[in-house]
Design a protein around this ligand. Structure first.
Ligand SMILES: Cc1cc2nc3c(=O)[nH]c(=O)nc-3n(C[C@H](O)[C@H](O)[C@H](O)COP(=O)(O)O)c2cc1C
Length: 360
């Protein structure tokens, strides 16, 4: 893709390009959600139920994109969500994602099902890498991965707790499961079954032994958030796995405020799901998030143009956030006032149309 085009393409444009070039099965794997995809769609729509009430006539010329997460200074509150198997989108896969993110000081949460190992990716200059993992049914397998993350310089461990069993396949592929290429490699997952019986006691032990800050991903309720804080977690991600696990779960834009009100003074709260505009990031910060994680849009950029495509996605979100924050009188992204957003009880968000998936 030529540079002038890339510098003006929108996120919707990248989504369209990705839909045309990602192979059918990989596209279905990336874009679909569980069952009827209610949550997948609600995630996107729900952000637009929060309307902005801009604070005017404030001097915002000093506003920068910088913030801190887990005590580290980073270039933006936009982080990249863990997503498996990124070489399906582009041969450069996670390496391109990490390089694009590092250039702007964005944190990347690597999936334990990444196509490349944490040792290679965390060594990229300027990289801020957190490693996401599912806990294994064998403690020594988890311990080995944690040790690798620590030695490689990962800054945090993100334990995903909302995927205890295999997710249900989507109705959009009625004639069979999605088949991913057998040549895919997962250098951080040896195939040992995951622990499908994890409890708070498992998390308590894990936090005590991790040696790195632990973030729980998949929290949707204030009581679960409080337990995470009680056990010494450093952060939580308000997430429903991008609508890929339990269809019908609450949209993250709706869950965030209650969770943040319960615990944001005890640990850092992050959120993901359906964030497609800098305005959504601003809404999330106002509702109590320290930072956000962006999922599928990164895959669109990656598929369209590798590292440059991911960089374009991040640039779009950052520049929109900066513009909107300034227009709304925000002087510090770590202190976006809660009353900047109001829930619309009259208009609400409406579900966007589903994009067709090609093949079978
Ligand atoms: C293709 C794909 C693979 C994913 N793989 C993982 C994973 O390995 N671990 C995980 O915790 N979440 C995974 N997720 C969920 C994301 O981390 C994130 O919660 C979600 O995609 C955010 O929603 P968004 O895509 O609407 O931005 C995956 C999501 C997608 C789309």
């Amino acid at each position: 893709m030529d540079r002038p085009f890339l510098s003006s393409v929108s996120l919707a444009g990248l989504e369209r390009i990705a839909s045309e070039i990602i192979p059918d099965d990989a596209y279905a794997y990336y874009m679909t959600g569980a069952r009827d995809e209610i949550t997948l769609r609600a995630n996107v729509a729900a952000w637009s139920s929060w309307y902005l009430a801009p604070l005017l006539l404030t001097d915002t010329r000093e506003l920068t994109m910088e913030t801190t997460v887990l005590g580290a200074s980073v270039g933006s509150p936009v982080m990249i969500a863990p997503m498996a198997a990124q070489t399906l989108a582009h041969p450069d896969g996670e390496l391109a994602t990490v390089r694009a993110a590092s250039a702007g000081g964005h944190v990347v949460v690597l999936s334990m099902n990444a196509s490349m190992p944490v040792e290679q990716l965390a060594a990229e200059p300027g990289a801020h890498v957190w490693l996401q993992l599912y806990l294994s049914s064998r403690d020594e397998v988890t311990a080995n991965l944690v040790e690798r993350a620590r030695a490689a310089g990962a800054e945090a461990l993100v334990v995903t707790v909302d995927a205890v069993v295999e997710s249900p396949t989507t109705h959009r592929r009625p004639h069979g499961p999605i088949g991913l290429p057998s040549a895919l490699s997962f250098p951080m997952n040896d195939g040992t079954p995951l622990d499908d019986g994890i409890t708070w006691a498992t998390i308590e032990r894990f936090v005590a032994e991790a040696g790195l800050p632990v973030v729980l991903k998949g929290i949707l309720r204030p009581d679960d958030a409080r337990r995470a804080a009680d056990l010494g977690c450093a952060g939580i991600v308000v997430s429903n796995h991008g609508g890929r696990q339990v269809d019908g779960t609450i949209a993250t834009a709706e869950a965030l405020a209650d969770v943040a009100d319960a615990v944001a003074d005890r640990l850092e709260v992050y959120v993901d799901g359906g964030i497609r505009r800098g305005t959504d990031v601003l809404r999330a910060l106002a509702l109590g998030a320290r930072a956000v994680l962006v999922g599928r849009p990164v895959l669109w950029g990656l598929a369209a143009a590798g590292q440059a495509g991911v960089a374009r996605v991040l640039e779009l979100l950052d520049s929109e956030l900066h513009q909107d924050a300034r227009q709304c009188g925000v002087t510090d992204l770590r202190a976006v006032p809660r009353d900047l957003v109001r829930l619309s009880t009259t208009i609400g968000g409406s579900l966007p149309p589903i994009l067709p998936v090609r093949g079978r």
